[in-house]
Design a protein around this ligand. Structure first.
Ligand code: DI6
Ligand code: FE
Length: 429
């Protein structure tokens, strides 16, 4: 990172706060009590003890925010979402609670395909409006960067429609959106008898079109018994890498097809889910610095019992990220805070691992670690300001939202109502 000297002129100063910086090269929260943070040109330019602020700097700074003892963290990063979709899957939810399994429903044409039908039928405006509601819910919990995948279109036109909506969300809202092409999410009915023909379509037509339109940064695939085989997945990864895409993979969610090792072989940023990951897969991820993206919402919502091998990942030094997997079938979740709690309670992460998982490690999962994910000079001035008494409180709560302010590129973009307002004139707290 750049050095930490305070420039003569600033755009804003944020004082009277405690910082969880999550800075590189440390395992902990990177706590700075009684700190201050300085912003210029949309970037963090200085962080330090408030008592080190030079004489007169407050007077020379146009906006000084006294945060009254609040905590500041980096803006949260949701590094694995399918946030753009139409409709919902409550019918399937009821069927599962009456005994059907996710895999059975998928094999009978439900599951991902029912959302594909809804997305194909939705006009672009409707798809956009439904997705906006979910994006706003995430922003309210401090999200300033997120990845959004296509993968509910599964034909060239519908995948493009999803990618256009994904781009529009990034333009219209104060968030950085990383678009990922997930054409290999499920086999569309048109190719029921010709799965390799669908891979041909992806490799020969869809990927080149996505590349030439600049519509995605990364390419993902679902390597699973109910989706694509390792050989089919490998064709997608190879073509993606040769077109200059970053790659990621849904791997070892429901069975062990050795997807994580395959992802590692292609230099993937991340392998995601990983409940069935084995020792060789862990070793391959460690060797190739692949981030493990843990998705406790999907584990919970599908009532899985096999947990990802967190102890072994930790021992092998594999970075662990945490994300919502926001999608209508396996994780209808827009709450990064709830995912932090579930990562702790269901998977055994510590609260500091959960916070690193949804900030700096999530930045690694997106290849954005030089720009986001920690409070350090040179990084984007993206942060969240919380009414909490210590950082572990972010993982501790279940429901409720202590996020007071969200700051994107140095500007306040979400301002929660004053928590001490009762809404009644006659009751004063
Ligand atoms: N794994 C998941 O958990 C989601 N996609 C995937 O590849 C589920 C998507 C859905 O059921 O709609
Ligand atoms: Fe997913």
């Amino acid at each position: 990172m750049t050095d930490n000297r305070i420039p003569d002129s600033l755009d804003s100063l944020w004082t009277t706060c405690h910082l969880a910086t999550l800075r590189a090269g440390e395992d902990g929260y990177g706590v700075l009590n009684n700190g201050a943070l300085a912003v210029k040109d949309k970037k963090i330019v200085w962080i330090g003890p408030e008592s080190n602020l030079p004489e007169g700097i407050r007077r020379r700074t146009p906006t000084v925010h006294n945060l009254g003892g609040a905590w500041v963290t980096p803006g949260l990063i949701d590094c694995h979402t399918h946030l753009v979709y139409a409709g919902n899957r409550t019918g399937e939810f009821e069927r599962r609670l009456n005994g059907a399994t996710y895999e059975e429903i998928t094999r009978h044409g439900g599951g991902i395909m029912s959302t594909v039908n809804a997305v194909r039928a939705a006009d672009e405006e409707d798809l956009y409006m439904q997705s906006v509601l979910r994006l706003k819910a995430m922003q309210a919990e401090g999200v300033t960067t997120l990845e959004i995948k296509s993968g509910y279109g599964l034909d060239p036109e519908s995948e493009m429609k999803m990618l256009r909506v994904i781009h529009r969300l990034g333009r219209d809202f104060p968030v950085n959106v990383m678009p990922t092409f997930l054409g290999a999410h499920a086999l569309p009915p048109e190719y029921r008898d010709d799965p390799d023909g669908y891979i041909d379509l992806i490799v020969d037509k869809m990927l080149p079109a996505v590349a030439s339109g600049g519509l995605a940064v990364a390419v993902d695939a679902f390597c699973e018994r109910i989706a694509f085989s390792p050989a089919q997945t490998e064709r997608v990864l190879r073509a993606a890498v040769s077109l200059g895409f970053k790659v990621k993979l849904h791997a070892e969610q429901l069975s062990d097809l050795k997807g994580a090792a395959l992802a590692a072989q292609y230099g993937a940023l991340s392998a995601d889910h990983l409940e069935y990951l084995d020792k060789d897969g862990i070793a391959a991820m460690a060797r190739n610095h692949v981030t493990a993206v843990l998705l406790p919402g999907a584990f919970y919502f599908l009532q899985e019992t096999k947990k990802p091998p967190v102890n072994h990942l930790r021992a092998a030094g594999v970075r662990m990220a945490v994300s919502t997997d926001c999608n209508p079938g396996s994780s209808p979740c827009t709450s990064p805070l709830l995912m932090m709690n579930m990562a702790c309670m269901l998977f055994g992460l510590t609260p500091v691992e959960a916070l690193r998982g949804i900030t700096i490690h999530a930045a690694h999962a997106l290849g954005m670690e030089d720009k986001a994910g920690s409070l350090e000079p040179g990084k984007r001035a993206d942060f969240a300001i919380w009414d909490i008494s210590e950082p572990a409180e972010l993982s501790y709560g279940m429901g409720g939202n202590p996020c007071r302010l969200v700051v994107k590129d140095g500007e306040i973009v979400i301002r929660r109502e004053d928590p001490y307002t009762t809404g009644r004139d006659d009751v004063v707290l």
